[in-house]
Design a protein around this ligand. Structure first.
Ligand code: GCW
Length: 701
């Protein structure tokens, strides 16, 4: 080799980072475990994998273990038909009648020198394999294992708001993963990567298109494309579902109506369902957004949500399908309270839906705000199952420039006590069917994935996808544990760095709440795009799309009175919840302005007046972004340089935008509070008018 080329080669080898990471591999990184002793220990326990299965799902499990353990442990792991006497290794046991686990559950057991993966189904074995890998990735002992695990929720789904043209409604990570124009002929390898990532966290279904649904997804042409995806996902235990446009019988079937009680409409849906199931025998079912934000629905024909849902339910029932009917409905009523809409609409319909219908409810009563009290529909529906819809994509959480770890938000909602059947009737227990015996249980996350190389735009947003899967499997998992796993699997295993990153993650959501919507403020964001502050917004296409509808600032105070003196939305909760919230003295501060119109001069439990506390939150919240930056800088040497720089850059933008929120809200509310800023806070160095114009800088109008 010529000297210069040799020099170049050496130079590259010496200067290149030890590893370069663009985040593509998510939580399936499987990089070499740095600790040689630990590696040795694992190697002595799982040097071999025994399997003769020809089932595609088990073969995936074997292959994941072979490759994953191989690179984690730095030595090829052999695959053999069987382990010899006294030989150590991993073995699979498929036992359809295995007790103590559900269909998708598994056991991980040390029996003699063998680590047995036991399950009733092949899917269970795949989940067991990923659990084993997670243990090795996170440095957990494999000594004398006796693990039993079953998902508490049956349907663990992503909902993609992806359009056929490749755009994603509220997507901040590039374009859609689905290349409809290439399907069904070309299968992008990324579809398989997507399935792996989801299976590894227990997700078993995906709604591939937007709830604002184009009818074209039910055309023969598109169903072929959907089938192609279903075929890729199937061996990973993932079913495909579709969002449907309620007017499809009119749009596609050329019928005069889409009235659910019209016999031709019924027949049309039956035939369509049969066509879908001929192509995709294990198709999951339909998701419907009806009579909401301009989407068609049964009410267009004077019918009810029950009529609409049941006609679809009948159509998919013979094929084992389900209908996920969304409760996100609200009429534009300037005098009403949007908070109450979903409950008012659906509570009277409880028990009237067919048994293969589940009502899909957003976590809060309004719309994925940075903090909401739990929706009163959780605990209220005793005979019709309800499902949880969380939003992973950060529509109201700063898009892709704000680092917000959402697991604490999920945990807060899941652990909230509905008191539906006495104390301890948490939202999690409602969802998993232990409060009322629901025939279907489900938790979904509106996906934050896109074509960006790292899937989620903000590298840290991967953790939200991860958390959704983990919590849908076990809704009582703590956000701390999930963060711990995710950091170790995706970023670094260095203990100090793990602790530092976890600490930022766990505080990030509260920091975001503080600089955008403290003390229970909500819906202050810009109109339409939903980015940045616009608390002054008083005119929009609908009154309940303005900000003033929600914060109700006036010369006396701030906040929405939802007590009996106000909209009485509180009456939708069980009495103990109502009681806790209705007294401003016992209402937890994070929910204060959700339920009360509080005088500016009112002393709060913190010792500060409302105005002073508000200013304090906006300022300290924005200040905390600097803290996040400083903490992040401490892990520079312990995380990949590309990811480090990516996050560091986004944190700088986050700081700028946090100040934007702070200045906008403080200057605007000050016009009502008419008080100076409390010490030590200095007045923003720009005027309210200047802040209002910032929206142009961000090209948002
Ligand atoms: O949060 C709102 C979004 C809409 C979305 C709607 C919904 C898909 O702004 O973009 O539409 O919720 O959940 O249906």
């Amino acid at each position: 080799m010529p000297k210069f080329r040799l020099f170049l080669l050496l130079y590259t080898l010496i200067t290149a980072p030890a590893w370069a990471d663009d985040g593509y591999r998510l939580w399936l990184k499987f990089d070499l475990i740095e600790d040689a002793a630990l590696r040795q220990k694992y190697l002595s326990q799982v040097p071999t994998i025994a399997s003769t299965s020809t089932h595609p799902t088990v073969q995936i499990a074997v292959e994941e273990l072979r490759q994953g353990l191989g690179t984690l442990l730095g030595k090829p792991v052999a695959v053999k038909p069987a382990l010899g006497a006294n030989e150590k290794g991993i073995s699979f046991k498929l036992n359809p009648t295995e007790s103590g686990i559900s269909e998708e559950g598994f056991k991980l057991q040390t029996v003699g020198g063998t680590l047995q993966l036991i399950a009733q189904t092949e899917r269970g074995l795949l989940y067991a394999a990923y659990e084993l890998l997670r243990r090795v990735q996170t440095g957990t002992s494999l000594e004398k294992l006796s693990v039993t695990s079953s998902p508490r929720i049956q349907l663990r789904l992503l909902n993609h708001w992806d359009n056929h043209v490749g755009t994603i409604e509220r997507g901040y990570a590039g374009m859609s993963l689905w290349k409809w124009y290439e399907l069904p002929e070309r299968l992008d390898p990324r579809y398989t990567e997507y399935a792996r990532a989801n299976a590894a966290i227990g997700i078993n279904g995906t709604v591939v298109n937007n709830v604002n649904a184009s009818a074209r997804f039910l055309t023969d042409e598109y169903l072929q494309k959907v089938k192609a995806l279903a075929d890729v996902f199937r061996p990973y235990g993932i079913k495909v579902y579709l969002s449907v446009n309620f007017a499809s019988p009119r749009i596609l079937g050329k019928l005069k109506t889409a009235d659910p009680l019209d016999p031709d409409v019924r027949a049309w849906w039956k035939q369509k369902a049969a066509d879908v199931y001929t192509l995709i025998p294990d198709f999951g079912g339909f998701l419907v957004k009806a009579n909401s934000e301009g989407e068609p629905g049964p009410m267009d024909y004077g019918r009810t949500h029950v009529d609409g849902a049941n006609v679809l339910a009948e159509a998919v029932k013979p094929h084992g399908g389900i209908i996920m009917w969304r409760s996100f409905v609200y009429e534009p009523d300037p005098k009403g309270d949007r908070f109450k809409a979903a409950y008012d609409e659906f509570k009277p319909l409880d028990g009237k839906f067919h048994d293969n219908v589940i009502i899909q409810v957003k976590n809060g009563p309004i719309d994925f705000m940075p903090r909401e009290p739990f929706s009163p529909l959780f605990g209220a529906m005793t005979q019709t199952p309800v499902s949880m819809e969380f939003q992973l994509t950060q529509e109201y959480l700063g898009w892709a420039t704000h680092w917000v770890y959402q697991a604490p938000l999920f945990e807060e909602v899941l652990s909230a006590d509905t008191h539906a059947k006495g104390p301890g009737s948490t939202v999690a227990k409602v969802l998993d069917g232990s409060v009322y015996k629901y025939p279907i249980t489900s938790m979904v996350g509106v996906a934050n994935t896109g074509s960006d190389r790292n899937w989620t735009g903000h590298p840290m947003a991967q953790a939200n996808w991860y958390a959704l899967g983990r919590m849908a499997w076990e809704p009582t998992l703590a956000s701390e544990q999930i963060a711990d796993e995710w950091v170790k699997m995706s970023l670094t295993r260095k203990p100090q760095a793990v602790a530092t990153i976890k600490n930022i993650m766990l505080k990030s959501r509260e920091i975001y709440v503080d600089y955008t919507s403290p003390l229970g403020l909500h819906h202050l964001m810009g109109e339409g795009h939903h980015f940045g502050p616009e608390p002054w917004l008083n005119k929009a296409r609908r009154p309940d799309w303005t900000a003033v509808y929600y914060h109700r600032a006036d010369s006396l105070g701030l906040g929405f009175d939802r007590t009996a003196r106000g909209s009485n939305a509180l009456s939708q909760y069980a009495p103990p919840v109502q009681q806790q919230f209705e007294n401003p003295a016992t209402c937890p501060l994070p929910y204060l302005l959700w339920f009360h119109h509080v005088p500016w001069t009112q002393k709060l439990s913190t010792g500060r007046t409302l105005w002073n506390e508000l200013v304090h939150r906006f300022y300290s919240g924005a200040e905390q972004v600097k803290w996040m930056q400083n903490e992040w800088n401490k892990v520079k040497k312990d995380v990949d340089s590309e990811i480090f720089a990516n996050v560091a850059g986004r944190l700088l933008t986050q700081e700028k935008e946090a100040l934007w929120w702070r200045d906008a809200c403080v200057l605007y509310f000050q016009e009502y509070a008419r008080q100076p800023l409390p010490a030590p806070y200095q007045k923003p160095n720009r005027t309210l008018e200047e802040v209002k114009n910032l929206v142009d800088i961000y090209h948002l109008r």
